[in-house]
Design a protein around this ligand. Sequence first.
Ligand code: NAD
Ligand code: TYD
Length: 357
Amino acid sequence: MILVTGGCGFIGSAFLLSWFRNTDEPVVNLDLLTYAGHPGNLQALSGDPRHIFVKGDIADSALVARLLEEHKPRAIINFAAESHVDRSIDGPLAFAQTNVVGTLLLLETTHAWWRTLPPGVAAEFRFLHVSTDEVFGSLDANAAAFTETHRYEPNSPYSASKAASDHFVRAWHHTFGLPTLTTNCSNNYGPRQFPEKLIPLMILNALGGKPLPVYGDGMQVRDWLHVDDHCAALRAVLAKGKPGECYNIGGRSERTNLAVVDAICKALDTLRPNTDGARYADLVTHVRDRPGHDRRYAIDDSKIAHQLGWQPEIEFQHGIRSTVEWYLSNQEWVRSVTSGSYRQWVERQYESLARAA
Ligand code: NAD
Ligand code: TYD
């Protein structure tokens, strides 16, 4: 069995759902259920004995030690994190607590237990840490894409906290021999993404007839990776990755934010045309830029492609259309996650951006 942390979030839940489409190996899912964690993401697993959910914190060493003793996982996949750049600008301490201290405590607890394993079992164990391409900082328009050896240059409180966690993972391999794997992926999109992130926020605002708030000139570039492609990559890294190594994962799909918003609007124009004939793109509104906004991220995936035989399969135009369709067909999910606290965040964030624009 494996232990997954943060399995009720966007990527963690997609990973669990895809895991059980590929294997019957059980999973213990440790999730604190912060505002970003939704048990409803795993409704399809309700009553499924392969999935054991435990509500708790990766920083709770006593709990993690008990889970390791009890379930003896062959691997841990660490998805748990605070993950939203704008929230990290608003309140960075939660990012230091979960992403830095939490990961450190998870490593410590795992290491203390791993040392007690018989050598053969210990050698096969894996600690897979899921991280981001944002640790590498910002690229100029024509600069070569990030390779695994690109210098770490995090610019936001979020990316700084993820960079720190990556360094601790590296140190636990180098110093203590823990068989770690680190993945640095680009921006994910797909079903069940919390609507504070660009793509779901734009879909839901458009459906509500609200402005589509593009930060600054909207020419920032991200490399969009469908979450199901990401999950396939993680399974490949877990199965074939070399301990101590890092793997970059991208979607081979660089797009400006304006192009992404345009693709969403065009999909909605087709799938849910406005009755008055208005085009969704008319709702695009430029607001004040994010402080320290990274201009461009891009992934060079040669290493994972050549060494592990993985490459993305889902083409952006197809992926964005199916994502829009998912949000159109899952309005109940949308209602359940856009609770009072979500609405307060959105109102506070976008009122202040609009005022300053
Ligand atoms: P998310 O915010 O949707 O989910 C995070 C999950 O972790 C939630 O279920 C939350 O309840 C849980 N969690 C938070 N703090 C916890 C704690 N202390 N203990 C246990 N559980 C806790 O995030 P996501 O988008 O699914 O991202 C998953 C991972 O992938 C993160 O580590 C993130 O940094 C990384 N990542 C995400 C993206 C992306 O585009 N979403 C891109 C690159 C890397
Ligand atoms: P986001 O989904 O927050 O991911 P990240 O900051 O981790 O890349 O944002 C993706 C891009 O979209 C980023 O350049 C910021 C931009 N953005 C907007 O222009 N407007 C918005 O309302 C949001 C949430 C993001």
